[in-house]
Ligand binder design. Sequence first.
Ligand code: HEM
Ligand code: CA
Ligand code: CA
Length: 336
Amino acid sequence: MGSSRGVTTTLIFSPLATTFLVTIGLLLCQSNAQLTSTFYATTCPNVSGIVSTVIQQALQSDARIGASLIRLHFHDCFVQGCDGSILLTDNSTTNIQSEQNAAPNVNSARGFGVVDNIKTAVENACPGVVSCADILALAAEASVSLSGGPSWSVPLGRRDSRSANQGGANASIPAPFDNLSNLTSKFSAVGLNTNDLVALSGAHTFGRAQCRTFVNRLYNFTASGPDPTLSSSYVTTLQQTCPQNGNGAALANLDPTTPDAFDNNYFSNLQGNQGLLQSDQELFSANGAPVALVNAFSANQTAFFQSFAQSMINMGNISPLTGSSGEIRRDCKIIN
Ligand code: HEM
Ligand SMILES: [Ca+2]
Ligand SMILES: [Ca+2]
């Protein structure tokens, strides 16, 4: 029971004990390797500038490329974590069955050539240092900020996988036909919550979708016709783009109001029954927690931008390879 000698001893040794514990804590942190935005501060200080410059150039000839690049980061992170696995191409020698040929990606995921251009530019400045997984995270941030959306400092230090998981891509990446309960469980399976689901779906403020991903809503969705949660004037417009038995690869803007700008119009579109994909409109038309978030983000773009940046960081933290796991790929398409 607290003798005066005991108290004195504690006071004398506590600064030492604190230093000791902090040191142990830092060591544990390093071996447990959290991502950090200063990871390349000495080894490749301009990496985010290099990534941004290549994307700016690509945007000159392809207004859609930013949207395509952020989607690559999403589809990477949902399959065995943010480890660049989506970038590996089919290879019988290394036994890679690519995620690029999984249903959510095949004839759909794009931007791989720009990723290669970024990797080349980064390798020229800092050879052998920056992972392909980090390039995807940096490209996602640059794409959003160059399109008028928020900026954030990207946690870095991911390493690249030596494997891909095609089956995992088929199972884990949400489908445009998913209802709210399926969307929620696919996000929750990777540690993301309803806030993340709604905020991140706001990425559909830019980019395109092929008719095959939503044409089922335009004609015989129910016995009496189109999806009742789709505005009838929007149905008429979309039917021009996607005639029945027409070209399933024809494109529509995910955001009919500001197709290339990163803003909060996605959420006002949902309020007006103009969510292009069933998975979009579910967030407003199904009963549940997302409805209030859609209303909040529609009313306040700053609130959306803040949540979006935080949720991008949350998504970017899904099971990274750190420390001595994985590798720094020389070529993003193939393991070393
Ligand atoms: C919530 C579940 C989601 C579903 C079901 C979904 C589904 C889709 C589908 C079907 C497309 C069109 C693909 C095509 O037609 O080729 C698409 C495009 C897109 N998605 Fe998602 N998505 C979801 C979440 C996200 C998230 C979390 C992000 C990023 C943070 C994102 C970013 C994009 C972008 C930017 C595009 C346009 C890509 C381009 O123009 O190349 N999506 N999404
Ligand atoms: Ca991955
Ligand atoms: Ca927009």
